[in-house]
Write a new protein. Structure first.
Length: 472
């Protein structure tokens, strides 16, 4: 008996499934590319490394600028609104998967036609219960429906929406990192230019002292006026460099104003961070899993795969249940009588049999979109690896060059010390000490330039690692 019952129930289902529109997908699924077996590309948005890496500089001025950018920058507002929209869309998709219950009511005033199907109701016949031709029909009650979603199509759509929400959260994190890195790079560029400006001011003072000494010697007939021409030219070039530096500093301040969405930015001098001899030991490609852009691409793939599953489920029949409990009467005075009650339950299904290839086209579209998201992810992985390798190499190169430049500055400082000693011994004039200082100061500018480039490279590496190693 039990076996015959199972066979009797399964036979109609088998016939239904056999009658479904055949699947003929023409797009093959793409495969994702892995950087390293140890790379965990499935970290959720709550598992990021410590993202406030900028606090390691212990610079309240920088921290305040980044905090304002993260709070007020237009890009952050856009990213937050995208999350809100994605969450609302996910809630709407979830709601569509559950049962629906509606309370409805309507009143209709109509005149019956004596020549139609309802012709007997157009006359007044108390014996038959007709009081035509005018009637005020009323309906009031509950109706319910539920798509059973046996094949998980609605659930797949919900998963796709959730993947979209997670992708938008990762995009917000990516926007946050790009903003923080952009502000930090501009800030330390300004500090580099400010340090160079200070050294140029010292060079200008020494050049002025030399010019004054040459003028005094010329006035006493000791030298000719030609001997001071080169110093005058160099002083003019220094003025040009100072003006150029001031222009750069103002341009940086304007860009910081735009990033922080503020009317003005007033910065004070800070020393540049120290140059590390080597990269921290925590640097590795496994940190690529912390990159928000790769996490965003991963969630886009997850969403696209759910859309593919939903497109496949569309080939199978939809089963749904419907029910109603209503009061229905031709006269409003009879609407709430027990005899006016009506109810019913309906179980039904819809089965795609022939659709001129519509479902297969939708499946191909979903698969192609999924393949496109996978291809974008694979490209992002390759670019991320190259970016890390390139910036890490640049950091190491600049660290080495900075150390070499420090030795050059030390040797230049020894020349100044020797000139000062000779001046103290009365062997040379004071202007010659100023002349010895200028090359040493120019080497300091070269050192500051290299140091600024090193700091900028470390910030780019931090960004390449998604807020990676430089976080305390």
């Amino acid at each position: 008996m039990k076996r015959s019952l199972i066979l009797s129930l399964s036979a109609p289902l088998a016939l239904i499934l056999a009658a479904c529109a055949p699947q003929h997908p023409t797009v093959s699924p793409e495969k994702t590319q892995s950087v390293n077996a140890s790379v965990n590309t499935r970290l959720s948005h709550t598992d990021w490394p410590k993202n406030d890496w900028w606090t390691a500089y212990h610079d309240p001025q920088l921290t305040s600028l980044i905090a304002k950018a993260l709070r007020d920058a237009p890009d952050m507002h856009i990213a937050r609104q995208r999350i809100t929209l994605a969450e609302a869309q996910a809630k709407a998709t979830m709601a569509a998967d559950g049962p629906q219950v509606e309370l409805s009511g309507d009143i209709e005033r109509q005149k019956m036609s004596a020549e139609g199907v309802m012709g007997p109701f157009a006359i007044t016949d108390p014996a038959a219960g007709t009081t035509g031709p005018w009637y005020t029909n009323g309906t009031f009650g509950l109706s319910a429906g539920w798509d059973l979603d046996l094949w998980g199509k609605n659930r797949d759509l919900v998963e796709a929406r959730i993947g979209k929400v997670n992708a938008q959260k990762a995009e917000l994190e990516q926007t946050r990192q790009l903003l923080a890195t952009g502000v930090a790079r501009l800030y330390w560029e300004w500090q580099t230019e400010a340090a160079i400006d200070s050294v140029l001011a010292t060079i200008k003072q020494d050049q002025t002292s030399i010019i004054d000494a040459d003028k005094e010697l010329y006035q006493h007939g000791i030298t000719s006026s030609v001997e001071g021409v080169e110093t005058d030219i160099n002083a003019s070039k220094t003025d040009e460099r100072i003006a150029e530096v001031h222009g750069k500093m103002k341009a940086i301040e304007a860009r910081l104003q735009a990033l922080t969405n503020t009317a003005s930015v007033k910065l004070t001098r800070r020393d540049l961070p120290a140059v590390e001899a080597s990269l921290p030991s925590t640097l590795g490609y496994a940190l690529l899993a912390r990159r928000p852009d790769l996490q965003e691409a991963h969630w886009v793939i997850e969403a696209s795969m759910s859309n593919v599953d939903a497109a496949k489920a569309a080939f199978y029949p939809d089963f749904n249940l419907m029910a109603f409990l209503q009061q229905d009467a031709l006269h409003l005075s009879d609407l709430f009588r027990h005899s006016a009650q009506q109810m019913g339950v309906t179980a039904g299904f819809t089965l795609p049999v022939f659709d001129s290839g519509r479902l297969n086209a939708q499946l191909d579209i979903a698969q192609a979109q999924s393949n496109l998201s996978i291809a974008d992810y694979n490209k992002a992985v390759v670019e991320a690896v190259n970016q890390v390798a390139r910036t890490a190499s640049e950091v190491e190169t600049l660290a080495t060059k900075t150390q070499q430049q420090q030795r050059v500055e030390h040797d230049a400082a020894r020349v100044v010390t020797l000139a000062q000693a000779r001046f103290n011994a009365g062997l040379i004039a004071g202007s010659r000490v100023n002349e010895a200082k200028i090359p040493a100061l120019q080497e300091q500018i070269a050192g500051l330039t290299l140091k600024g480039q090193y700091v900028d490279a470390t910030l780019q590496l931090t960004s390449a690692l998604g807020g990676g190693y430089h976080h305390g």
